[in-house]
Design a protein around this ligand. Structure first.
Ligand SMILES: [Ca+2]
Length: 626
């Protein structure tokens, strides 16, 4: 067997030498020398392992995998987390040791910008590397995110997510957590917008998003104002019917019983039609799925955190031989802020702080799993939030939304920095420097071309991709990001534009439209719950409000032609950029039209026979890891 071993080894090594050499050359071109050394040592280890093993061909395969090196991609996204909520971004009252450690071992982006200030459009842009307006995911009505699992809008089928690109390059792709990019188009279970139709081999989580309605005893969140109105109309109708009946019985009104019955029937039809959608929101929207199967309807929040963690860790374990793409899209720290007992009452910022600390703990557990499987050095790890914290999320005097640090505004505001500037952390030991800040403008959309490049794929060539490959910047090969202009939309309305003037280092930002705060000067739209993008709730500025963020990051003092000699030059340069940008836009179907957003009973994902939709397939199998 020794002789066989020697022959086997020699022939195998001679077979592999050319491959080793060519891959080494190509590898040097994408990463630095330091990391190439890592790869070589990795190969050496593989060869040593191989020498200890008498069955040679399986080992040959494992070497090929190492030669054709593709890092694992781990993307972690928090929901509604403010940039001011994390220790490494300056918070000293909420404890986020795990996220801080990630930043210490990698790069902290200090000017990381979301393409939209709300879940659905921001995530659509993240997944495709394109502005939401190019996808039909930028709304021109007042609903800017998907409202129902049973709506017909969502991430268009013809868009190519990074998951699709990486799957084509041999990656196993998984999404665990929140989707909020739609489900069906025309028929129940056509799954046209489902993660698996967008490149994810595995999906576990919420097709929708967390909202207050998912937790009993919380005030309803979904369209609360409209629901209140509908309730009022229902009560008026009921009162009117009652009055007519009493009038008839006492002989004061001489209407026929037929008319009274018709009136009552119309009233109850009105009630059932709206109540069937809003009355059962928890059943319609708060569900968990594994691939195409609904596992919980409605979901049981008290065990969701443990299930998400279990799924994430088991995906990593299953795919440790890689390469994998795992997108962990936390349900934290969106309201209703369901927090397990271990973290309740532990932070100095009430329920919100508790929930952030629990989320940080989850990050730690997931990174532990990566480390345990010895994947830390060949995993590109990313952490971000989908947009800024929601200032208006309050219950009485208790703040339930995040904090955006020194930045003005928050969730829902497309122009102000607080709505769109989010934490962004990247780690890849040996490839990226440790404990480094990058202040250049970067976008969540940049992750798309970056991971496509790392996986050996290319971004679609038949459409505009707005994201830029970050590798040269992250590796210190260039000092400036490729972004010169960034366009800050609120729905389909362009609210502001940022211009990074590379030669002077100035960071101009012009606001064409800003929301009217309620009360005035409050910094948020407390009266409305969320700031509008158009109509009476906004102010148009001509000339635009201009700030230089490099001197005034809080956008406190607008510049004027008197205080800023370059005022007119800057405004006209930005106006030209807007014109050029608009020329690249083409008409697309509107995914967030009122029709597409509407609840359609025939599209309702249901694990029973509609309308009897309830199930719990998870049973007690989920032993909380808490
Ligand atoms: Ca969000």
């Amino acid at each position: 067997s020794d002789i066989f071993h020697v022959i086997c080894s020699t022939s195998l090594i001679s077979l592999l030498l050319p491959v080793l050499f060519s891959s080494y050359i190509s590898f040097v071109s994408i990463t630095d020398f330091h990391h190439s050394l890592f790869l070589l040592s990795h190969l050496k280890e593989n060869l040593q392992v191989y020498r200890l093993n008498s069955a040679c061909w399986p080992q040959a395969l494992s070497i090929t995998v190492a030669v054709d090196f593709k890092p694992n991609i781990l993307l972690i996204m928090a929901d509604d987390l403010g940039i001011g909520d994390i220790g490494c971004y300056g918070n000293n009252t909420i404890r986020t040791p795990n996220i801080d450690q990630l930043a210490k071992e990698g790069i902290k982006l200090t000017q990381h910008i979301a393409a939209a200030p709300l879940c659905t459009p921001s995530r659509a842009a993240f997944l495709t590397g394109r502005y939401p307006i190019r996808l039909g995911m930028a709304s021109s009505n007042r609903y800017r995110a998907l409202q129902w699992n049973a709506g017909s809008g969502g991430l268009p089928v013809n868009e190519t997510t990074f998951a699709k690109v990486l799957r084509q390059q041999g990656y196993t792709t998984g999404l665990i957590g929140k989707w909020h990019q739609g489900m069906n188009c025309e028929a129940l279970n056509d799954h046209c917008h489902h993660p698996s139709n967008h490149g994810f081999d595995y999906f576990y989580g919420m097709p929708f998003t967390l909202l207050n309605n998912c937790q009993k005893n919380k005030p309803p969140e979904l369209d609360a104002a409209l629901q209140a109105k509908l309730w009022l109309y229902t009560q008026i109708i009921a009162l009117a019917v009652l009055t007519v009946i009493i009038g008839k019985l006492t002989g004061l009104i001489s209407a026929s019983w037929k008319i009274v019955a018709c009136f009552a029937l119309a009233g109850s039809l009105f009630f059932t039609s709206w109540y069937s959608s809003y009355g059962f929101v928890q059943y319609w929207n708060c569900i968990l799925m594994r691939n195409y199967d609904i596992t919980e309807q409605p979901m049981k929040l008290e065990r969701t955190t443990a299930l998400v963690l279990k799924e994430a860790v088991s995906f990593i374990e299953r795919n440790k031989h890689g390469p994998f793409l795992l997108f962990i899209s936390f349900l934290h720290v969106h309201t209703p802020l369901f927090t397990t007992e271990k973290f309740l009452g532990k932070s100095r910022h009430g329920l919100y702080g508790d929930n952030v600390e629990e989320m940080d703990w989850l990050v730690g557990k997931i990174l532990d799993a990566i480390e345990k499987e010895d994947l830390k050095n060949n995993t590109f790890t990313y952490f971000a939030s989908d947009h800024g914290g929601q200032l208006e999320a309050q219950e009485g005097k208790t703040q339930l939304g995040g904090w955006n640090g020194i930045y003005k505004g928050g969730k829902g505001m497309g122009g102000w920095e607080g709505g769109i500037r989010v934490p962004g952390i990247l780690r890849w030991p040996g490839v990226f420097p440790a404990d480094t800040d990058i202040d250049e403008p970067t976008s969540l959309m940049d992750i798309y071309p970056t991971v496509a490049h790392l996986g050996g794929g290319i971004v679609p060539q038949d459409r505009v991709v707005d994201g830029r490959n970050l590798m040269p910047l992250l590796q210190g090969k260039v000092q400036q990001s490729e972004h010169e202009f960034m366009f800050h939309y609120c729905g389909s309305y362009l609210h502001a534009v940022r211009w990074h003037q590379k030669d002077s280092g100035a960071l101009w930002k012009a606001h064409y439209v800003t929301p009217i705060f309620q009360p005035e000067g409050a910094g948020a739209c407390y009266g409305r719950g969320i700031c509008p993008c158009f109509g009476e709730g906004v102010t148009h500025h001509d000339p635009p409000l201009l700030f230089d963020l490099s001197r005034d990051p809080s956008e406190a003092k607008p510049l004027s032609p008197h205080t800023e000699p370059l005022f007119d030059t800057v405004i006209s340069r930005i106006a030209r950029a807007v014109q050029e940008h608009r020329q690249t836009l083409t008409p697309v179907p509107q995914q967030l039209s009122l029709y597409n957003l509407m609840w359609k009973p025939w599209l309702q994902p249901c694990c029973g026979t509609f309308p009897f939709c309830w199930c719990d397939k998870e049973g007690d199998s989920a032993h909380p890891a808490l």
